[in-house]
Design a protein around this ligand. Structure first.
Ligand code: FAD
Length: 405
């Protein structure tokens, strides 16, 4: 197969990570993004060693070290009296154990790091994809302004409301019944939360709050979930009111109420996921990131998995000139589906565990939390080397490249 040309729909974390990885592999790639300008709104993201090791290999170790924070622990506490339920060590012990750090950072900083790996002419803005078609020889993207483009491979990295996914599946996002308020607080307003950098969670009936420092420690990012049966808007920019949020967290530990009291602006986001797919590609179209496997944020792994997808797909496509595109995409699915389906399921189950009403089940959970405070629980997730999985021996899979439209 001659040099392949790849088009990616969506310049989020998944699309930009893939563009960078493909560029490293010498593949011709262009990213089409619907937004007129690239930005990430004010919110934090946690990156675990399973993703940071891949970002380091893309050449981002130094930049990440500058903008990110290395939290020393994850602390889980009770909602009202702040009793410590579990302390998981991170910091150096996590880095030493897994060979890569656990970071907390501003989404805009991560986005900027990834964007810096692609030349500007590789990213086309104001390009809203409205459909995909394909023949045996090529795939074609259609855009809202009536333009179209042909490629050897189309990658849908267009998020949970993916247009490209419609080419593979007939499904819709599933509302979890939870919304999350997110905000950023200048660190000097909450000194009690920045003295030791940590990921802090408070668990209570039906809801929880998580916070951690970002922007090299200059800000604290928080996410506060609340049950909401009827509010389904899903946008990073939807405003919530601080007053509403404060009223939902009345009676919580002062560390939480002081944090909420210190924020100027909050955004509100209805939490959705989707069922796992049984395939991630069809012919010359493939999905990555939230377009492929949107998950609830309770394991903080959606972006991590998007970065893993990008690394695996790029490595699989390197072999396409030898083995053919169908084999490369089969290999990608075979590697990614078991892992992302498991994390999707565990993320969905997470809400039940985090949000128990006070009572017997909650007490049992808290006792169990106290007996599993090490990093062992995260071993399978954090030690994973996505690129290593590509070079591991393949397990035979059924050929599913035909018979689907
Ligand atoms: C509250 C919350 C907290 C989270 N915290 C974490 C965390 O700590 N750690 C973690 O790993 N993950 C976390 N996640 C998950 C993470 O944010 C997502 O998994 C990740 O952003 C997915 O990236 P993506 O690039 O696949 O999709 P997106 O970020 O949604 O990007 C999709 C891009 O495609 C563009 N696009 C969409 N449609 C089109 C179209 N038709 N044509 C052209 N362009 C299009 C969009 O404009 C966008 O730029 C969290 C999620 C939430 C909701």
């Amino acid at each position: 197969m001659p040099q392949m040309n790849v088009v990616i729909v969506g310049a989020g974390i998944a699309g930009l990570a893939l563009a960078a990885a493909l560029r490293r592999s010498g593949v011709d790639v262009v990213v089409y993004e619907q937004a007129p300008r690239l930005f990430e709104v004010g919110a934090g993201v946690q990156l675990a060693p399973n993703a940071t090791r891949l970002l380091h290999r893309l050449g981002l170790a130094e930049q990440l070290r500058t903008v990110a924070v290395l939290p020393q622990t994850i602390e889980m506490r009770r909602w009202n009296d702040g009793e410590l339920l579990r302390r998981t060590p991170l910091g150096e012990s996590c880095r030493d154990r897994f060979g890569a750090p656990y970071y907390t950072l501003h989404r805009a900083d991560l986005h900027a790091c990834l964007l810096g790996l692609s030349p500007p002419e590789q990213i086309r803005l104001n390009a809203r994809c409205i459909g995909v078609t394909q023949t045996a020889d090529s795939a074609q993207l259609r855009f809202a302004d009536a333009a179209s483009v042909k490629a050897d491979l189309v990658v849908g990295a267009d998020g949970i409301r993916s247009v490209v996914r419609k080419h593979l599946a007939v499904d819709t996002p599933r509302y979890s019944g939870q919304t999350i308020y997110r905000g950023l607080v200048p660190a000097d307003r909450v000194p009690h939360l920045v003295a030791e950098p940590a990921v802090r969670l408070w668990l209570g009936p039906d809801q929880h709050c998580v916070c951690y420092p970002v922007s090299s420690g200059q800000q604290v990012s928080f996410g506060a979930t609340v049950p909401a049966v009827d509010w389904r808007e899903e946008s990073w920019t939807a405003r919530g009111t601080v007053g509403d949020l404060a009223s939902r967290y009345q009676g919580w530990h002062p560390d939480v109420t002081r944090l909420i009291g210190a924020v100027d602006v909050v955004s509100r986001w209805a939490l959705h996921d989707r069922e796992s797919l049984d395939r991630l590609s069809h012919g010359r179209v493939v999905l990555i990131g939230d377009a492929a496997h949107p998950m609830l944020p309770f394991q903080a792994q959606g972006a991590n998995q998007a970065i893993e997808d990008a690394a695996v797909l790029a490595r699989c496509l390197e072999a396409a000139s030898r083995d053919g595109l169908p084999a490369a995409l089969r290999r990608y699915e075979q590697i990614r589906l078991p892992r992302t389906s498991r994390i999707q399921a565990e993320s969905r189950a997470g809400a039940g565990t985090l949000h128990l009403a006070d009572g017997t089940a909650q007490r049992l959970r808290d006792v169990a939390a106290g007996t599993s405070s090490g990093l062992d629980r995260h071993q399978w997730l954090f030690e994973y080397d996505a690129e290593g999985a590509v070079t591991a021996p393949a397990v035979a899979v059924e050929d599913r490249t035909s018979g689907r439209s």
